[in-house]
Write a protein that binds this ligand. Structure first.
Ligand code: ATP
Length: 236
């Protein structure tokens, strides 16, 4: 089957001269949950930012559902929802206004029913008229996901969705991600946590110092590298 995302020979050297990504090749199947596992500074955000058209690669090609992400960035971006690490929302806005605005930014007008469904799926419906500043940390993260889903993307990128959250919120996030996949969304997430990759992903890619060291289905990876050894492998 044709992959929904194809990354070929992608590298990145920043203007500072830092080589953040060596040559990365990766294919993601439709409907898959893929975890990119690696320590701080491994190049996870750089890779996501390149795929989402935020950072220009130094070399390589990216195809998103048949669209060349460099030649047709808008068409490729329409297919992608990005949940960044930072809380990138106007705290004074309501949940509903933020989500609708995000949809309009992508030129998708109307379909309020779709937004309502997203808010219900994310258990944000009761908070739709609350200002974002009034929400708990976990709810704020859900707003970021609602915002990313507003334009009906096929692929959702979650950059460290559980960094700095407590165990119960982390479990909530895991459940949520699985529910989104059941609705047909392809999900790519980055994480520092082996247990998170193990819990959520169908396949895991291990990245370190800009190099995609291996990509395995979860079972094979866990067999190949015991948790302890994996921790050691990821020490910089
Ligand atoms: P973390 O888990 O800490 O978020 P990461 O795996 O997402 O890390 P990146 O943010 O992609 O890693 O960073 C990879 C490397 O590239 C790091 O050494 C970082 O300092 C460097 N880097 C990132 N952005 C830039 C930039 N704009 N200019 C120069 N170097 C950068």
């Amino acid at each position: 089957m044709q992959p929904i995302l194809s990354v070929r020979g992608v590298s990145k050297t920043y203007a500072s001269g830092h080589r953040a990504l060596k040559t990365v090749d990766l294919e993601i199947a439709k409907g898959e949950i893929f975890a990119l596992l690696g320590p701080n500074g491994a190049g996870k955000t750089t890779l996501i930012s390149i795929i989402c058209g935020i950072v220009t690669p130094s070399s390589g090609t990216i195809t998103v559902d048949g669209h060349d992400a460099i030649a047709e960035p808008r068409a490729a971006r329409m297919k992608i929802g990005l949940v960044p690490q930072e809380l990138s929302v106007d705290m004074f806005e309501t949940v509903l206004a933020t989500t609708r605005y995000s949809r309009r930014l992508f030129g998708r007008a109307g379909h309020d029913a779709y937004i309502d469904e997203v808010l219900r799926d994310l258990s944000l419906w009761d908070k739709r008229n609350s200002k974002i500043m009034e929400l708990s940390g976990g709810m704020k993260r859900r707003v970021l996901i609602a915002k990313a889903l507003a334009h009906e993307p096929d692929i959702l990128f979650l950059d460290e969705p559980t960094a700095g959250v407590d165990v119960s919120l982390r479990r909530d996030m895991w459940k949520l991600v699985k529910r989104l996949r059941e609705k047909g969304t392809t999900i790519i997430l980055t994480t520092h946590y082996i247990e998170e990759a193990e819990e959520m992903a169908d396949r895991v890619g291990v990245i370190n110092k800009g190099e995609l060291l291996l990509v395995e289905d979860k079972a094979a990876l866990m067999k190949k590298l015991g948790k302890r050894e994996m921790d050691i492998a990821l020490v910089e």
